[in-house]
Design a protein. Structure first.
Length: 63
């Protein structure tokens, strides 16, 4: 039953991606790059915050 939900979920994601590609038209690559870039910035900032916090907790207050 779990595989059925996975299959249906991936089908829905595929349909939404195709709909977005049709609606975006020629601007599709620009929107894709913008979304990927935004996600990368957020992930890199989050990793930097985690590393800073870990260094601060493990150190003696020296940063």
């Amino acid at each position: 039953m779990g595989k059925l939900f996975t299959f249906v979920g991936l089908g829905v994601v595929l349909a939404l991606a195709l709909l977005l590609a049709v609606v975006a038209g020629d601007y599709g690559p620009w929107y894709f790059a913008w979304i990927v870039g935004t996600v990368m910035i957020v992930l890199i900032a989050g990793c930097g915050a985690v590393m800073y916090d870990a260094q601060h907790e493990n150190g003696k207050g020296e940063i």
